[in-house]
Design a protein around this ligand. Structure first.
Ligand code: FAD
Length: 378
């Protein structure tokens, strides 16, 4: 089989690796717009569960990924300048670039033809193929080309966010909230290497407008946000990594996941808000599920529907949880009057995936402190 994959992000690269393992005679080409060392963003996070899937799917890349990861088990919620730590949430962070470089090397070892610097704008650029995979991210061109069959919807959400970095090390996933004259700001920060943390900032559209952030340069944007988060950054700067853009989160869904011999994977197929840190996890698990569908049904017309059947309900559930989390951040202003402990409880249970009993298992001390506070208020 000849496979053409548009997009060499986590979804496209990992699918290529798994399909080559399945049958080394398959001809797999990845067409990627960027070079091997260009990437947007800073670090990404994985849960222990995702690690389990990666270990059983491709041990050589897994070993290298683990060596490059920073691990923690706490979520810290900072509100009114007070930090509440909740333990029992094991996560690992890795630089997106380090992660992609590990997958590039694995593709080379297995004989995948990765063509960097190839921006697809027209169908005539595609090499001959039996299967065409759209792994070209949230703004997928392939999704547009095949929209009649795939029936996508894209809901651009209300909050604005920007993905920054900082040399200040946040040991654990740290959610920080500040009410300013312009309105509330939230940051999502975690270290992903020995020397750097991801620092995502989000705020309501109106806050962003009142803060006059439109049209500001990268430096001006960082300078403004360094003041908002001065108490948290301990004098360290915010950095932009050539990616200074405030975005309205695009919530992507597709009614159908395949159209003839075309299938979508990862962010092209579905997005999940970064507040539940699951975009890369979903992209990799899609790749695993599609490769498994080919293992069980080598014919394209059987494998693609099998992939959709096996995976859609799982993705729908995760997207629902991510949407609840996203809406909570859109409405964060409604919770800011709460003292730090009940605020942290609201933040931890926002997606609906974690209830009080799950939280009690993870961190009984935190739940006991929350319940004592609630009892005293009654
Ligand atoms: C602010 C923010 C924070 C995030 N935080 C996390 C996190 O903590 N944890 C996590 O797991 N995920 C996180 N994500 C999500 C994560 O980045 C994506 O969900 C994940 O990378 C999806 O992988 P993908 O392979 O589907 O798409 P992408 O990583 O977007 O890859 C798509 C690739 O296709 C290429 N491409 C696009 N169009 C073309 C074209 N026309 N021709 C050729 N190539 C093309 C692009 O250059 C890119 O390399 C975050 C995302 C954002 C925006």
């Amino acid at each position: 089989m000849k496979i053409c994959i548009v997009g060499g992000g986590p979804a496209g690269l990992y699918f290529a690796i798994l399909m080559k393992q399945l049958d080394p005679s398959q001809e797999i080409t990845i067409l990627e717009r960027d070079g091997p060392n260009d990437t947007f963003g800073w670090g990404i996070v994985f849960s222990d569960q995702t690690f389990g899937y990666l270990e059983s799917s491709d041990a050589p890349s897994f070993t290298r990924i683990v060596e490059s990861c920073q691990t923690w088990d706490n979520v810290d919620i900072v509100h009114h300048g007070e930090k509440v730590s909740i333990h029992g949430n094991r996560f690992s962070g890795i630089a997106r670039l380090a992660f992609l470089n590990i997958l590039h090397a694995r593709c080379r070892e297995l004989g995948v033809d990765v063509r960097f610097g190839t921006n697809i704008t027209d169908r005539t650029q595609l090499p001959p193929h039996d299967l065409l995979v759209g792994a070209d991210g949230a703004n997928s061109l392939l999704r547009q080309w095949f929209s009649d069959g795939l029936r996508p919807t894209i809901d651009r959400r209300k909050n604005r966010y920007i993905w920054l970095g900082t040399p200040r090390l946040f040991h654990g996933l740290t959610l920080t909230f500040h009410a300013t004259e312009a309105g509330p700001f939230a940051s999502h920060a975690y270290k992903f290497s020995e020397t750097a943390s991801t620092f995502i900032v989000e705020c309501a559209e109106e806050t962003w407008a009142r803060a006059e952030l439109e049209g500001k340069s990268g430096e001006e944007t960082c300078a403004y946000l360094e003041e908002v988060f001065a108490d948290d950054l301990h004098g360290e700067p915010l950095l932009t990594n050539n990616f200074v853009r405030w975005i309205n989160f695009p919530l992507v869904k597709n009614q159908h996941w395949q159209d003839g011999n075309v299938v979508l994977l990862g962010d092209a197929l579905h997005t999940a808000h970064f507040s539940i840190g699951s975009g890369t996890k979903l992209a990799l698990e899609d790749a695993i599920a599609l490769a498994q569908a080919f293992e069980a049904n080598p014919r394209i017309d059987a494998a693609l529907p099998a992939f959709e059947r096996a995976r859609k309900a799982i993705v729908d559930r995760l997207q629902d949880a991510a949407e609840s989390s996203l809406v909570w951040f859109e409405q964060m202003g409604d919770y800011l009057h709460l003292p730090p402990l009940p605020f942290a409880y609201e933040a931890m249970t926002r997606s609906g995936r974690v209830d009080r009993e799950k939280l009690r298992k993870r961190d009984p001390k935190f739940v006991a402190a929350y319940e004592r506070g609630a009892a005293n208020d009654d």
